[in-house]
Design a protein around this ligand. Structure first.
Ligand code: UD1
Length: 340
């Protein structure tokens, strides 16, 4: 059985990916520092898959701990690297924390992978690398724009570090997956998104408002040049996204990759406005959402959605789940977490 390391495997996208890996028969070892997750997520994964993954609480910023991990697990066949900080606003206030965690830890892992006879690496990247693209839908060839935040910059730098390392290390193969907007939860509601504090992202803010934890959703601007004036994003169900990781990993393990380093957009290809997301939520939940239109949020791009052709043609992967299904699963999860 192929042993796969999933860093950040107790987080939102990480935990859903662990489920899909275990469903496909992979042996999973999770590293997580629990800074934005809980050990209870292991129970959720176990409830869904019937198998408890190995878990090591470890801080990837500690170089010696990373070395010790790979000495112990020198039979790791692939690494999916999720562990990172992801709050845009926080990254502006604490840039060094972001560079240390998102870039430093990446370097330590790659240094260990360099020692292995063969290494396969999947990196969590983001459509944030494109900024406001000149052309929609966004293809993988779109220009990578000057990052808007230290967080965005860590994803750009991370991709460059991986590419440079691939150029220098023939035994390393890597894929960077550029996610659009992941939302939703596993249909069982045993795992889902657990934001710390006030959610910065749209969907957890919607479900927390509806469940009574937040007073009102603020819709950031309705004067954008879009059909209803609100920003457009490509919301992808986290289970579809998780499955793409398994497919990308398998591509590297099979050696069917076209080059040593590849990038793929992961999205649905369909843009939805903020108000369309609100409407979808109201439809599937039967709840009326309390929201108001407020000023634009600094740094928001007007519209971003993926060109999905490369993922479809090369990975043979495309999304299967709809926005309504994603919103229904997010709502089921929120109610379960709050005991409602
Ligand atoms: C944000 C980050 C992006 C990061 C991604 C990770 C910013 C500017 N971008 O993407 O770099 O990769 O999260 O998940 O922070 N909205 C509201 N009210 C809210 C929250 C959001 O109207 O309370 C709107 C936003 O203006 C935006 C849309 O909902 O139009 C989606 O916002 P969000 O979920 O924060 O995702 P992004 O901004 O696309």
């Amino acid at each position: 059985m192929n042993k796969i390391l999933v860093t950040g495997g107790l987080g939102f996208i990480g935990s859903h990916t662990v489920v899909e890996l275990q469903n496909e028969g992979f042996e999973v070892v999770i590293i997580d520092d629990l800074s934005n997750s809980s050990e209870k997520v292991l129970d959720g994964i176990t409830a869904i898959t019937g198998k408890k993954p190995v878990f090591e609480k470890l801080d990837l910023k500690e170089k010696s701990a990373v070395e010790a991990f790979f000495t112990k697990h020198n039979d790791v066949k692939g690494v999916i690297h999720f562990a990172a900080n992801k709050a845009v606003g926080e990254s502006v206030k604490e840039p060094l924390m972001y560079y240390e965690n998102n870039v430093g830890a990446l370097v330590y892992i790659l240094k260990e992978l360099k020692k292995l006879p063969a290494a396969n690496f999947i990196f969590s990247s983001s459509c944030t690398v494109y900024g406001q693209a000149d052309k929609l839908p966004i293809t993988e060839n779109a220009e990578v724009k000057q990052a808007e935040s230290p967080y965005g910059n860590t994803k750009q730098i991370g991709e460059e570090i991986i590419q440079d390392t691939c150029n220098a290390v023939p035994s390393l193969k890597a894929i960077a997956l550029r996610y659009f907007n992941p939302i939703g939860a596993h249909e069982s509601a045993n795992i889902g998104e657990l934001p710390l504090g006030v959610p910065q992202n749209l969907v957890p803010f919607i479900t927390q408002t509806a469940v009574g934890l937040r007073e009102q959703l603020s819709v950031f601007g309705d004067d954008y040049p879009t059909p209803d004036g609100t920003c457009i994003r490509d919301y992808i169900h986290v289970v579809d996204l998780a499955k793409a990781h398994v497919v990308a990993l398998q591509r590297l393990l099979d050696g069917s990759n076209k080059s040593q380093y590849e990038t793929f957009n992961l999205g649905t290809g369909k843009g939805s406005s903020v108000l369309e997301v609100v409407k979808s939520f109201e439809k599937v939940s039967g709840e009326k959402l309390n929201y108001k239109i407020v000023d634009r949020r600094a740094g928001d791009v007007i519209s971003a959605y993926a060109d999905t052709m490369k993922a479809k043609n090369e990975l043979g992967w495309e999304t299967k789940l709809s926005l309504d299904e994603a919103m229904a699963s997010a709502w089921k999860w929120e109610k379960k977490v709050r005991g409602k």
